[in-house]
Design a protein around this ligand. Sequence first.
Ligand SMILES: Nc1ncnc2c1ncn2[C@@H]1O[C@H](COP(=O)(O)OP(=O)(O)O)[C@@H](O)[C@H]1O
Ligand SMILES: [Mg+2]
Length: 466
Amino acid sequence: MTRGRSSHPSAPDTARTFPTRQPEDPPLVFGNVPPRDPNFTGRDELLDQLTERLSSGATAVLHGLGGIGKTQMATEYIYRHLRDYDLVWWIDAAHTTQIRAGLTELAGLLGLQGASEANIAVPAVIEALRTGRPFRRWLLVFDAAESPETVLPFFPRNGPGEIMITSRNSGWTGVARRLEPAVLNRDDRSVEEPKTRKPAARQIPHTCAFFSPEPISRDLLTGVSRSSNLAWRFRGLFAPRSESPGKHHFGKPSRAGLSGRPREKAAMAAVGGSRHHLIMVADVAGFGEPSRTGPDQRAVREGLYDVMKTAFAATETAWEDCHRGDRGDGILVLVPSGVDKAAFIQAVLPMLVTRLRVHNDTCAKEQQIHLRVALHAGEVGYDPHGFTSSSLTLAFRLCDAPPLKEALAMSPGVLAVIASESLFGEVVRHTPGAAPATWRQVPVKVKEIDTTGWVTLPDHPYVGHP
Ligand SMILES: Nc1ncnc2c1ncn2[C@@H]1O[C@H](COP(=O)(O)OP(=O)(O)O)[C@@H](O)[C@H]1O
Ligand SMILES: [Mg+2]
């Protein structure tokens, strides 16, 4: 192990002084790290390799497809190694502007001169890290890095600390060796033999085969068991384990808003105007059925939010960055304008199936969820009270379309999806990963709307047209 020895400022050229840290204390500076996932499971070998690589001074890249578990692994690593670092700083690295904002925020927390201006703060903070002042034992995480070129300029080169990267890009040769969270290809023989006998896990290969040439994470496929939950064993080792989602700063003032993902949400509500969104309406079938008691309904709502949130996480579209409207038995979600619609749709539908099935397998019948989802894209207007548009109205009507309800009622599956005529024509039809041949055109006559839409059953697909 070649970690730095001192946890004290060796040459305090920052305006801020830091308290002496006891060995059991969490890092003195800790920012923007996602909350620990209580359902984290497995990955022991890879976490060991990661530890080895970082402690030897090498930069580590977690590489793999979206949703495979890179961010989760990086997060879990941090919570298992809080004692090893005085500073842990998480940077959303998809865009250079985010990297610069993250480093500027760090400069502010370190009290560096000129910290309020990115042009001065960014080089200053890189230099402070490189020279190990005030901390030698630091860890920087560049999450969702596009490419080496976008993050390399921000590395405190040859500094005493450690750098971890997560990326879907495979081109890191010469920068760092890659660690690959395990994936399961659809033609991997073990797809047919999930470790668990749960019907949910058995259904998943079917869904994968339907949707994608893409591999799917082994952990998702073989079922996530709460009893084997490693995070649980580590629970309580470190006191400040906040239950609330979002940013965590230990012992430091929070500067939420200065860094992190662009908060399109807050910005749009403030300025008004309108924007083009992918609109998603999800509605629980039979929510109000008399067999569901009040506690059942609450469990269904909680399950629905959990399903949506975790499915979104796997698409790399942050749930927190979406406008959301609660509808009692459903949710309206506006996916941020910049998101690739085709990539999102082909990723989110199988993930919804997976998550719904896991939910349904672990709760009473009255709390199970069969979901209708409507997808449309269009302009949405904002005002201080919320948002509205004819596109939203169409999405709601699609979700209430009788052919969609019938399709779900007749299906042994858990999910029925309808796309608007325009979204199907412009996006789904051209997205092989969304299996366009398995969508069927249906009439949509609801209230003032008289149109057509396209229905698919992701976990019980119609036979595709050739
Ligand atoms: N080791 C794991 N244990 C349990 N769930 C996991 C694990 N890894 C990933 N997941 C699930 O998969 C989702 C996507 O993982 P994430 O780390 O965000 O993927 P990536 O960063 O590779 O796109 C997570 O939100 C989580 O629900
Ligand atoms: Mg990620």
